[in-house]
Design a protein around this ligand. Structure first.
Ligand SMILES: Nc1ncnc2c1ncn2[C@@H]1O[C@H](COP(=O)(O)OP(=O)(O)OP(=O)(O)O)[C@@H](O)[C@H]1O
Length: 247
């Protein structure tokens, strides 16, 4: 396995509040990796550090062999944040053009990528509308299209399907699996939806700033002697702080 991401002994506090505690995580190239765990567990903080938006207090993070934070690697990271960062006064298309212009794409590539990404999230017909007039789900979809715009090797998606209807959710997941299987993309997804976690190659259960357990969905179910990831989620809370790693 050729790791895309190596997180080693990472600690992070906000003021006096510890948020991540000695986190270790290795994500192989071409893996679809799910981070699950209750609200406030530290998933967003962890992915922000992988992207380079937050700095660890101690420990190291390497992405594609580069120590993070590192601006040069941003061409290879597509990040979809939990809250949308969009220009509301611009149209969907203008937003996509703006974000495309931040990356090394010539005009033809820009056009092709904008057409691909907007079609994937089913926004082609709405591209000329101002984002201020978009619904919540449309803004999520536009954020996902922006994360894909530069065709990055690594996709980091923080709750990508919140507010998206089931049909489109399925087509987005099918595309994520295609990107992984056919194009070898490495994908991290945070989710509260266990049937999404079930589709991941590997899942890490984050709780109170620590990774309680990680493994394939089946390994996690075996570990907790349960039949579903929902039950893993519930049981992991009870078994908190027992050392259950199955890396
Ligand atoms: N900039 C910040 N300043 C202070 N505290 C913060 C900051 N960002 C996050 N936190 C705190 O860190 C903890 C972890 O937050 P984080 O957003 O990483 O959790 P999460 O697992 O992603 O939760 P959710 O599933 O609700 O998105 C929370 O207690 C949160 O209040």
């Amino acid at each position: 396995m050729n790791p895309s991401i190596i997180v080693q002994k990472v600690n992070k506090s906000f003021g006096k509040k510890p948020v991540l505690n000695e986190v270790n995580l290795t994500i192989g190239k071409g893996q679809l990796y799910g981070l699950i765990g209750p609200s406030g567990a530290g998933k967003t903080t962890l992915v922000k550090m992988i992207v380079g938006m937050e700095k660890a207090n101690s420990g190291t993070i390497h992405v594609l062999d580069e120590k993070m934070p590192n601006l040069a690697i941003l061409q290879e990271i597509g990040y979809m944040a939990q809250s949308n960062a969009l220009y509301l006064e611009l149209t969907g298309e203008e937003n996509l053009k703006f974000f495309a212009s931040l990356f090394k794409l010539n005009k033809d590539e820009q056009r092709t990528r904008i057409a691909y990404a907007s079609n994937l999230v089913n926004l082609t017909a709405d591209l000329k509308k101002r984002v201020a007039a978009y619904s919540g789900g449309m803004k999520r979809r536009l954020s996902l299209a922006i994360a894909l715009i530069q065709d990055p090797q690594l996709l980091i998606l923080d709750e990508p399907t919140v507010g998206i209807d089931p049909e489109l959710k399925l087509s987005i997941w099918n595309e994520l699996l295609r990107l992984k299987n056919d194009e070898g993309k490495t994908i991290i997804v945070t989710t509260h939806v266990m049937d999404e976690a079930e589709r991941c190659d590997m899942v890490a259960m984050v709780r109170d700033g620590a990774i309680l357990a990680s493994g394939t969905p089946d390994e996690l179910k075996d570990l907790y002697h349960v039949g579903s990831l929902d039950e893993v989620f519930l049981k992991a809370g009870v078994k908190q702080h027992e050392n259950l790693g199955v890396n």
